[in-house]
Each structure stands twice: as structure tokens, then as C-alpha cells.
Design a protein around this ligand. Structure first.
Ligand SMILES: O=C(O)c1ccccc1NCC(=O)[C@H](O)[C@H](O)COP(=O)(O)O
Length: 205
């Protein structure tokens, strides 16, 4: 398995550097103030300036104003965007940045059609649906709902852990995996052993 890994919900420099040292390919920063993993644009951009090369910082928004999005991504050309709300494709491509659109998967969704609504997306992130909770649920969804051969690279998210990551990758064969809660000591604080174990599990043969 040589699956790419995004560690999401980074709130401090120590966790960011730790995740990079263990081989994270991307780091997610949550700019949704209701999240316990919220990080300020100033803190996030201070962290991003200090990241080593070949790691993608991902700015995560939930139906945010364009002023907030521009204030974050305008400070550093490295940012990729993750739209995690009900953003339309035209809203997503407004920023001329590579972006992922998150879909919160429910039984009965036409995932092929939903993915095809975002032709300008670099990838699609498939996450668990939980009423009233936009993301970071810590819950898995039924991976068998994911059709084969979707038209975009798929980032699998939702309740992934060091314990289930190999099964998830074997079943779904995603382009990348994304985790927040499954590698934490507490909300917004990552566990180095769990981050290391998760990445090793995702990248081991
Ligand atoms: O992580 C959050 O707290 C969060 C809050 C609001 C919107 C999105 C959020 N996270 C988005 C992510 O990409 C998470 O990594 C993803 O939902 C998986 O989270 P988890 O199930 O805890 O691994």
C-alpha cells in the first residue's frame, strides 16, 4: 500500500512537524470556529511558513465567506483548499487554487453524480454523514457504497484509525486517506504513536 496520508485538525507547530517527520503527505487546518480543532488563520499561516517541502497544507472551510478564504490562502501559495460544506462547483473554483470537495456519504446517494458535479476538483473527499456535524465525526460509513472507477481521485475519510486503516485501503483502494480523531490524544492534539502507526499502516506493503 503506498497510499497518501492527510493528517487533519492540526492546531500547533509541534504536531505539524511530528506528522511531517512520520511521513504525512498533507496537513489539514480547520477554519470552522465551531470545531474543537479550529485554528486561527494567523496561527495556521505561521505553521505553514515553517513546514518542510513536499507537504501540502490544506485549508478547510465550511460554507465560509470569501473574505475568510482569501485571508487564509492569500498568505501562502502552498495552500490547497478543502470545501466541507454545501459549496457549489462555481463557488469552489472561484479561488483559482487546487481544491478538494468533501461529500458526506449517506445510503442512497448517487455518488457518481455528486462527484461529477465538481469537474474542476483535484480530488473528492468521501466522509461520514452525521446530522448536525459537518465533519470530524470519528464515525465510519459503509465503504461498500463507494462505486469503483470514480472520475476523480478519492480521499477516504471518516472514523479511520491505526486499527482499521489497512482494511479500509484494501477494500476501497483510495488515492489517499484522511484522519483526525483516530490519531488524537484529545480534540486537536495528536498522539505521536498513533500518527506513526496510522501512516505506517497506510504506506506498508
Ligand atoms: O475535524 C473537524 O473537527 C471538522 C469540523 C468541521 C468540518 C470538518 C472537519 N474535519 C474535516 C476532515 O477532513 C476530517 O479529517 C474528517 O471529517 C474525518 O474526521 P475523523 O472522522 O475524526 O477522522
Amino acid at each position: 500500500m503506498n497510499c497518501r496520508v492527510k493528517i487533519c485538525g492540526i492546531t500547533n507547530l509541534e504536531d505539524a512537524m511530528m506528522a511531517c517527520n512520520h511521513g504525512a503527505d498533507a496537513l489539514g487546518f480547520v477554519f470552522y470556529e465551531k470545531s474543537p480543532r479550529y485554528v486561527s488563520p494567523e496561527m495556521a499561516n505561521s505553521i505553514v511558513k515553517q513546514l518542510p517541502p513536499f507537504v501540502t497544507p490544506v485549508a478547510l472551510f465550511v460554507d465560509a465567506d470569501s473574505s475568510l478564504i482569501e485571508s487564509v490562502v492569500g498568505a501562502n501559495s502552498r495552500w490547497m483548499i478543502q470545501f466541507h460544506g454545501n459549496e457549489s462547483e462555481s463557488e469552489c473554483r472561484r479561488y483559482d487554487r487546487p481544491y478538494m470537495k468533501a461529500l458526506r456519504v449517506q445510503q442512497g446517494d448517487n455518488i457518481v453524480a455528486l462527484v461529477d458535479q465538481y469537474p474542476s476538483a483535484t480530488a473528492m473527499l468521501l466522509d461520514a454523514y452525521k446530522a448536525g456535524v459537518p465533519g470530524g465525526t470519528g464515525e465510519v460509513f459503509d465503504w461498500s457504497l463507494i462505486p469503483a472507477d470514480l472520475s476523480k481521485p478519492i480521499v477516504l475519510a471518516g472514523g479511520l484509525t491505526p486499527e482499521n486503516i489497512k482494511q479500509a485501503i484494501n477494500q476501497v483502494a483510495p488515492y489517499a486517506v484522511d484522519v483526525s480523531g483516530g490519531v488524537e490524544l484529545s480534540k486537536g492534539i495528536k498522539s505521536e504513536p498513533r500518527v506513526q502507526e496510522f501512516i505506517r499502516g497506510a504506506k506498508s506493503e
